[in-house]
Design a protein around this ligand. Structure first.
Ligand code: XMP
Length: 606
């Protein structure tokens, strides 16, 4: 069956993917297109949505994209930058200025079908520097935002030409903060474009199985099965599509797994009847050898990805599996974050997107039945295919495993510029009755869609959870060069914190495994595992007041799609238990809870 579909033009950042998700939630297929895709690629869509852009501007020089879309008879809706481009194309003006940031009240005018069913005033989310100040003859203003305090209204916050079926919103309906954003997108997709909501998970499963059969032909698939949600769901789908004889599963113990994880994974595959061709290899020595002496996080990721492939090919030869394709549980964000679209920066290299795999993909040697889906859709698919709830709702675990959570370093302290920011950080902490210290290390974060390495701040003292989060937000806003705040669970504020030289070793991994195990057990014991989206435990090579070599950080978060995250509060009793258990582990120098939102921090450390 062919589905009615919407093209989302990706002008950068993460916006386009959020828009695509919202459209798919309406059961309409959405596909991301690049701005310079040839016009023929847009012909079959029932509607086109232009995303916002963190880097492009509509005032001044013209941006380069396939403007022939405006000659199509297809309805077009633009957000933010997309809105300004539509206004400009049809004779309006865009100026630099009129900035709005955060929530705004949108006052509706007229009876546009794109706002059907909405209240006269709607809460929307703004984030722009440029503004539309006039529109061409075909267009009407269908909404303006109030400035509050009796100020002038912001004109042209929403515009439309009903005759041309062109619409523009200055705000972002795709973010949850625009209260009825889903309804607005629904009015466009289902109403104005007339898309039939036929894209259901059942349909997707049937079509994907068919596609897999066509791609694989009479060959077999050899799937790298980590035991995580994605690769397990992929195994299930491939098994159904090809039959158990033509699916080989390889579970690799890369030495970066959690405690007893390989044992549990093999057990799970047996329970699901996926063990006909289940192979296991303990390749931990290969991985540890390849990682020996390496410190830089992106280099670690690439080495892990490459080692997976060399182990995989060696095993295929040993097992005599010829004419196979490589199966992977890659999901949509993996591709995006590796810089898989032209305008997205490389946030991080996923193990399943290293260059050697890109080459195999180009040769048609890789099968990825989930490559179009987001995590939430993969879980839905897994449940539809009969996988157990507990398995489908396991916390996500990164492909490179504990490799990203075991921080390494040369022992050098990052002190440059610290003198400048330390007093500011201390002052913010003091305003909340807390001691704030900027740590002489750097960890990864993400700001304005770009990857950044900046300092964490260690906060010691007692304060209610909401005050801690408020203080952290103030630190990120006021103090430059800070991307994380961690709350000291161990003791009073340390006097001396010293980074140590450390690389990936089995001993360090064993310690991390133990600490992570205690945290996971604790979450389960207190019945809150399911409430928390993910909870990495991280090891940082830091000596504190002359004691220990490894600082432990726990990072519980709430999230929906991992694009953003908020820190999750843990019960005081659980924190007390973890404090006792983890500080008793040999070599541990301290313990803290990460209280950072994403952005500016990422979920993982690295
Ligand atoms: P960050 O740290 O960027 O993580 O906020 C977002 C989500 O992605 C997961 N993650 C990975 N998953 N392979 C994966 O399959 C990877 O290389 C990888 N790196 C990070 C991370 O655990 C979080 O859920």
């Amino acid at each position: 069956m062919t589905h009615d579909a919407i093209a989302v033009i990706d002008f950068g950042g993460q916006y386009a993917h959020l828009i695509a998700t919202k459209v798919r939630r309406l059961h309409v297929l959405a596909e991301i297109r690049q701005p310079d895709d040839p016009i023929e690629r847009f012909a079959a869509y029932k509607g086109i949505i232009l995303s916002g852009s963190p880097s492009l501007s509509s005032h001044g020089e013209d941006s380069d994209y396939t403007r022939a879309i405006y000659d199509l008879d297809t309805p077009i809706l633009g957000f933010c930058f997309g809105h300004q481009e539509i206004a400009k194309h049809y004779g309006g003006t865009v100026v630099h200025g009129g900035r709005e940031w955060g929530p705004a009240d949108l006052h509706l005018r007229g009876e546009s079908p794109v706002f059907q069913g909405l209240a006269p005033v709607e809460r929307v989310w703004m984030s722009h520097f440029d503004s539309v100040t006039s529109v061409g003859p075909d267009f009407d203003e269908i909404g303006f935002t109030s400035l509050g305090d009796g100020g002038q209204p912001h004109r042209f916050a929403a515009i439309a030409s009903e005759r041309l079926r062109r619409y523009g919103f200055q705000f972002h309906p795709e973010v949850d903060d625009t209260v009825h954003g889903d309804e607005m997108i629904g009015n466009f997709v289902l109403g104005i474009c007339g898309c039939r909501p036929s894209w259901t998970m059942e349909q997707y499963i049937a079509e994907e199985m068919e596609r897999v059969r066509r791609q694989v032909g009479d060959q077999s698939v050899f799937l790298l099965a980590s035991g995580g949600v994605d690769s397990t769901v992929a195994a299930r789908l491939l098994g159904e599509a090809l039959g158990p004889d033509r699916l080989h599963l390889l579970h690799v113990d890369n030495g970066l797994m959690r405690k007893d994880e390989s044992r549990d994974v093999l057990q799970t595959f047996r329970e699901f009847g996926l063990d006909r061709n289940l192979h296991f290899v303990d390749a931990s020595e290969d991985f540890l050898e390849a990682l020996r002496g390496v410190v830089e996080p992106e280099q670690k990721r690439k080495i892990i990805g490459n080692t997976f492939i060399s182990v995989f090919e060696r095993e295929a030869r040993t097992l005599g599996i010829a004419h196979h394709l490589l199966g992977q549980g890659t999901i949509y964000p993996d591709t995006i974050e590796t810089g898989g679209t032209k305008r997205a920066d490389t946030i991080k290299t996923h193990h399943n997107r290293v260059p050697i795999i890109e080459e195999m993909i180009a040769q048609g040697r890789v099968v990825e039945p989930l490559a179009e889906l987001y995590k939430v859709e993969v879980r839905e698919l897994g449940e539809k295919m009969g996988l157990a709830h507990d398995l489908v709702w396991r916390h996500p675990f990164p492909g490179p495993g504990l490799g990203v959570r075991l921080l390494c370093g040369t022992g050098a302290a990052f002190t440059e510029g610290l003198d400048g920011i330390e007093p500011e950080a201390t002052a913010v902490g003091a305003a909340y009755g807390l001691a704030a210290q900027v740590l002489p290390i750097k960890s990864v974060g993400v700001k304005a869609d770009l990857r950044s390495y900046e300092h964490p701040v260690l906060v010691s003292g007692d304060a209610p959870w909401a005050r801690l989060l408020e203080m952290a937000a103030r630190l990120f806003k006021q103090v430059p060069g800070i991307n994380r705040a961690i709350w000291n669970l161990a003791d009073a504020a340390p006097r001396a914190v010293r980074p140590l030289a450390a690389t990936v070793t089995r001993d360090r991994l064993d310690l991390l495994r133990e600490a992570d195990h205690l945290v996971m057990e604790g979450l389960r014991r207190h019945g809150i595992y399911g409430e928390i989206w993910q909870c990495p435990t991280v090891l940082v090579p830091l000596e504190v007041d002359g004691r220990g070599r490894e600082y432990v950080i726990i990072r519980p978060i709430h999230s929906e799609r991992a694009m953003t995250a908020t820190p999750a509060a843990l019960p005081a009793r659980l924190l007390g238990e973890l404090r006792e258990q983890i500080l008793a582990l040999s070599g541990v120098s301290g313990l803290a809870l990460d209280i950072t939102t994403k952005p500016p921090g990422t979920i993982e450390w690295e």
